[in-house]
Design a binder for this molecule. Sequence first.
Ligand code: F3S
Length: 424
Amino acid sequence: MHLTDHERGMRDGDHGPAKAKAMDLLIRYGEALGAERLVETNNVAGAFNASTPSVRELVKRGFDTVFSELNLDSQETVPIPKMAASTCQLITGIDNDNWAIQGIPEELVVQQKAAEAHFGALGINMFATCTPYQVGNVPVKGEHCAWMESSAVVYCNSVLGARTNTEGKESTGAAALTGRIPYWGYHIPENRRGTHLVEVDVEVDDIMDWGLLGYWLGEIVQEDVPVLTGRLKQPSLIKLKHFGAAAASSGGVEMYHVPGVTPEARDVDEAFGGRTITERLRYGPAERRLAYDNLNCAQERDVDFVMLGCPHNAIEQVATIALAVEGKKLHPNTQMWVHTPRALREVAARNGYVKMIEDAGGVVMSDTCPAISRYAPKGTRVIATDSAKQAHYLPAILGLPVWFGTVQDCVATALTGTWQGALR
Ligand code: F3S
């Protein structure tokens, strides 16, 4: 691999043992992928906090050991300096305030808070959300990033036009310390061009429509780059957030184009950039129905847990929920957790939305989600959600059946205790 003088210096230990370990990891990783060089990055989103039971023993040996082992793949503990690149923490397993409601043991909360204090001081910004682009980390078009979290990656590439592959704990740790990441995959312009042309033949407008389209499409195109045309109403951040998360769940979509909307596709020709269309797909009423049926695996209509906010809710989504339950009470057998980044929870509290939801009997959570934490309200038997991604993962992660629908369906379910959704 070609290295600059500075990169060689880091590899050879001129800048300390942690950067040497990081460079060694990046070189091995890059060479395995066929990357010929590294690229500079000043935008890293990874997982650095130590909140799971499995790292208890590591934590006893100190946070340098935790970072060395989990973020640098090193059995040898090296002292970890401040991050070289602008770096943020993605979602965690624990809501620092609502952990008791989650059912998390207190010792893990103490462990997470200590880790946050340590790594925060090293420059890792504790956004603690899967949507860093909602709370201040908005890379510009063409910016090279090193992000984990599939729903964030597909948003970063497709909607923002910034460039990242789906990185891991180790590569983001090494990138944070060196400001480098292997130049391959979606860092290379040619790989960002469309492969599949998708003709949407049924109106796609609300959040559920975009989630269904993404869920159907991801399963078919897997890791390719779809280009969507047809009856798409102007999407918003929220709708594309749900679309990308769904496509990255049923498949591995990391990049898509909506000509006239996303930044690397002023039209269909630019989306493909001369690449041959490998397949033409049509999405109509039957495909929409198929996605809906695949996402709804529950039979029992009594619902005891409504999960909203995957990916983490925008403030407008929290407002919609708050106003829908204002002055009402949730069904006594049904709990409702609303997930939003902590920074937006603060806004929601100032707007009165948190109080409206809490007065109705719901909870506004931050920092986590049930798929990541693996915690749902004790005794949960049936779940309802407005997220295709959460509906995809929860049956496997928690072993529980899920209903999927609109946010209105889900709120009505929380108020009545029985599933109120249907494909309309
Ligand atoms: Fe975020 Fe958890 Fe969904 S990480 S995208 S809320 S599964």
